[in-house]
Design a binder for this molecule. Structure first.
Ligand SMILES: Cc1cc2nc3c(=O)[nH]c(=O)nc-3n(C[C@H](O)[C@H](O)[C@H](O)COP(=O)(O)OP(=O)(O)OC[C@H]3O[C@@H](n4cnc5c(N)ncnc54)[C@H](O)[C@@H]3O)c2cc1C
Ligand code: FES
Length: 340
């Protein structure tokens, strides 16, 4: 092999043939050729979303992070994480079909709306004539540029707040993590009129076209994907079905869009909205009290005919899934995006 040698990457039986320089990860090699594996962690080996199947060829052995994210039978079957796999020769790979649909879009920040002291809605306008086909609930990767001490692009996921019918702009709802990398940039440095690039669409978190009742559970900025799903149901993009949306927060000041969602529930009998506060402060306006798990436990009984959709932090998700399973929801009918 000469110093300038490149390996060939054959994706999905010749659907796309790309190259890789020795030493690069598969994730980086594909990305440099505008082919985007999904990532929930910014290629840090933490989310498992960049999973691919190695069909043939030489590569580094699975890393410790891969042993943590993939079980023994997956590893034996050839599954690897694209952000950990470093090709050592020509490879044949199988990647999810969605990889071929995701694209990079240049956008401009059009609006930034504070919703709570820690949560803001951002609107990104696509270039004229550009459109972004997606399903409500899916997510995008935001490319946060180098900034104050952070070198290189930081990739983070944010769920679409906009419905599937909105094609010329997209909104996201973001919670500030003051110790994080991307969200302090979004809150403190990004301004209206700034350019920012996104890659989309990704993810399996979208409403299945099933006329069965659904339980939706959102924590904090996890309300975001449900807003787009709801818009799609109201507009008749998908046939409506009984939906109960639980929205959990700690303090009254952490709640947002409550009045709008309560108004929607009054207008549409198929939609029930249950906001809940876990902290000691009480809000009189039709808000339930307790941890979201307690509220779900109290308000719902038999869920054996239901689908469930959840979005929020890992702790809330795990506790809620246990309750849903106990109440009869089949595991394969529980869909979620874990924000962290
Ligand atoms: C599918 C998906 C959809 C999502 N959608 C949304 C959404 O719609 N809205 C939303 O607000 N969020 C969403 N998230 C979460 C989002 O992608 C980010 O993880 C989140 O905003 C925090 O990003 P950050 O860069 O500010 O923090 P990060 O830099 O990722 O830091 C997160 C935490 O990790 C700690 N940390 C970071 N680096 C280190 C280190 N080296 N060692 C030790 N600790 C460290 C920090 O202290 C911090 O508390 C989604 C996540 C996923 C996977
Ligand atoms: S991108 Fe998250 S594990 Fe690879």
């Amino acid at each position: 092999m000469t110093v300038n040698a490149k390996f060939t990457l054959d994706l999905n039986q010749g659907k796309r043939i790309l190259e890789c320089r020795p030493g690069m990860t598969l994730f980086a090699a594909l990305r440099s050729q505008k082919t985007f594996l999904p990532t929930g962690c910014g290629a840090r080996g933490l989310c498992g979303q960049c999973r691919v199947k190695l069909l043939a060829g030489e590569a580094n052995p699975p890393t410790d992070l891969e042993h943590e994210r993939l079980n023994a039978s997956d590893l034996a079957a050839g599954y690897r994480l694209g952000c950990q796999l470093r090709p050592g020769g020509d490879l044949r790979l199988e990647v999810p079909a969605a990889v071929f649909a995701a694209r990079e879009y240049p956008t401009t920040v059009e609006d930034i709306i504070p919703l709570t002291p820690e949560i803001r809605r951002f609107r990104f306008r696509l270039a004229p004539g550009d459109t972004i086909p997606h399903q409500a609930g899916q997510f995008l990767n935001l490319n946060v540029p180098s900034h104050s001490g952070v070198r290189g692009v930081t990739i983070r996921c944010f769920s679409f707040t906009t419905p599937s019918t909105t094609l010329d702009h997209l909104d996201i709802v973001v919670r500030l993590n003051p110790k994080g990398t991307a969200t302090p940039y979004l809150f403190n440095l990004l301004k209206i009129g700034d350019p920012i690039s996104i890659i989309a669409p990704f993810g399996e978190f979208y409403l299945r076209d099933q006329p069965v009742p659904a339980v939706w559970i959102a924590g904090g900025s996890g309300l975001s994907p449900f807003l787009g799903m709801l818009d799609d149901l109201v507009a008749g993009v998908l046939p409506n079905r009984p939906v109960t949306l639980f929205f959990g927060a700690a303090k009254p000041v952490d709640l947002y869009y409550v009045k709008e969602l309560q108004d929607l529930a009054r207008k549409h009998p198929w939609f029930k909205f249950i906001p809940a506060l876990s902290g000691p402060e009480h809000d009189p306006a039709e808000v339930d009290h307790g941890l979201i798990t307690e509220v779900v436990e109290r308000q719902l009984s038999d869920l054996s005919q239901h689908e469930a959709y959840l979005c929020g932090g890992p702790g809330m998700l795990k506790a809620c899934i246990d309750i849903l399973v106990n109440k009869g929801v089949a595991r394969e009918k529980i869909f979620f995006d874990r924000f962290g």
